[in-house]
Design a protein around this ligand. Structure first.
Ligand SMILES: *Cc1c(COP(=O)(O)O)cnc(C)c1O
Length: 404
């Protein structure tokens, strides 16, 4: 089991106050907080071996290159990839998705079909719409039900020999639903389609195994799993990454350049043009070590406890409705109070030191489905406590009193 008090000591930010109250941080689905070991790794990089990688023969450059490549190896092991060169370091999930969406431009033709889920983040909708505009491919959507789950028998009907790509998130950031990605991947492969899974919201809670999933592409951001912002990963099966063209041209991604012709570097450098977020990549590796030292089974068990407790306590408030009621969900509670705008609730609870998210959570189609402008979203992490949930419940009651 987790020693939550000890874990909280790892996060310096958790001791601060907001508006004269102890900070209660429940916006973990937007970004996680950063433990001291990750902060130390960042300070250490800039204090002792800051240098550009893969270029210099000098000592600092070699130290930085080694540390960066060790981080890639850690990411490979964490995600269960066969080779380190199947891990592309990017600026985050959005960047990773755009590499694939752009790369598929030359592989699709008019009438080909792309399937996305109704539960997507905007970053997993817009790049596909742009791809469809470029190629004449058609976007199809797996619908959702009232509980916030994908309607899988419609997915079966959408799949055909015209399906070239299927995209869905592993876990919905707006509702917390865990999608049946094993089934989605297997069925897509039966018709010869490739699958990209957006793991940005899943990786703080579960440890995916890309080889066991047999997924073609899997993407995530470091800042949602205790790492820094501005760095993330793209896993792609070697064959796919070899088939796709580079995304950006520039330094690092070439083998030979003349004005007549340039040949590209091999994997992973082909997709890593320019100086990357070196420090961020190294800190990403340290963040994975930190999460693994706590253990994803422990994290999931404790967060489920918080989810059950929070769900039960919040539902005791009259007029409170929770959106996203799948039995298969992670520690995200999206809710509204009768006739009260989520923004107003968010403002009042912030006055009491509690950080929640309000709005459409970059998932407007989900809000349209429920015919609401947005929700209040409280998302719990392994460093949160039941006492903090009690504080949220009291704050929401107060907001209700003041606003109704
Ligand atoms: C946060 C998130 C993204 C976007 O991640 P960035 O780090 O902003 O690129 C995409 N999809 C889901 C499900 C997310 O939760």
């Amino acid at each position: 089991m987790l020693d939550v008090q000890k874990i909280r000591d790892d996060f310096p930010i958790l001791t601060r106050e907001v508006n004269g109250k102890p900070l209660v941080y429940f916006d973990n689905a937007a970004t996680s907080q950063t433990p001291q070991v990750v902060i130390d790794a960042i300070v250490d990089y800039y204090s002792s071996y800051n240098a550009n990688i893969h270029r210099g023969v000098h000592t600092l450059s070699q130290e930085a290159t080694d540390a960066y490549e060790i981080a890639r190896k850690k990411i490979q092991e964490h995600f269960g990839a066969k080779y380190a060169h199947e891990i592309i370091l990017t600026s985050g999930t959005t960047h990773s998705i755009n590499i694939i969406a752009t790369g598929f431009t030359s592989l699709l033709s008019k009438g080909d079909e792309i399937i996305v889920s109704a539960l997507e983040h905007h970053s997993n909708i817009v790049p596909w719409q742009m791809l469809c505009e470029r190629t004449g491919a058609i976007l199809k959507v797996i619908p959702m039900n009232e509980d916030g789950e994908l309607v899988m028998n419609v997915y079966d009907q959408l799949l055909s020999n015209s399906t070239k790509l299927v995209f869905t998130n592993h876990i919905s950031n707006a509702l917390g639903t865990i999608n049946p990605i094993e089934e989605i991947i297997e069925k897509a492969h039966r018709v010869g389609a490739a699958v990209l899974i957006d793991g940005a919201q899943a990786c703080p809670h579960v440890k995916p195994d890309v080889k066991a999933l047999d997924v073609d592409f899997y993407v995530a951001s470091a800042h949602k799993l205790c790492g820094p912002t501005g760095v993330g990963m793209l896993y792609g099966k070697e064959d796919w990454l070899n088939k796709l063209p580079p995304y950006q041209g520039g330094g690092e991604m070439i083998e030979q350049v003349t004005f007549e012709k340039t040949t590209y570097a091999g994997l992973p450098h082909k997709f890593e043009a320019g100086t990357p977020n070196i420090c961020g990549g190294i800190a990403f590796g340290v963040a994975l070590d930190y999460m693994n030292s706590i253990g994803f089974d422990n994290i999931a068990a404790y967060e489920n406890e918080l989810l059950e407790y929070g769900t039960q306590k919040l539902l005791e408030i009259e007029g409170l409705k929770i959106y996203g009621t799948s039995k298969n969900k992670t520690s995200v509670i999206s809710f509204n109070l009768d006739n009260i705008h989520p923004y107003d609730v968010g403002t009042i609870v912030d006055k009491l030191g509690i950080a929640v998210r309000t709005g459409h959570h970059c998932a407007q189609p989900i809000m349209d489905f429920y015919k609401i402008p947005g929700t209040v979203r409280a998302s719990f992490s392994f460093y949160n406590t039941k006492e903090e949930i009690d504080a949220l419940v009291e704050a929401v009651k107060k907001a209700k009193m003041m606003l109704s």
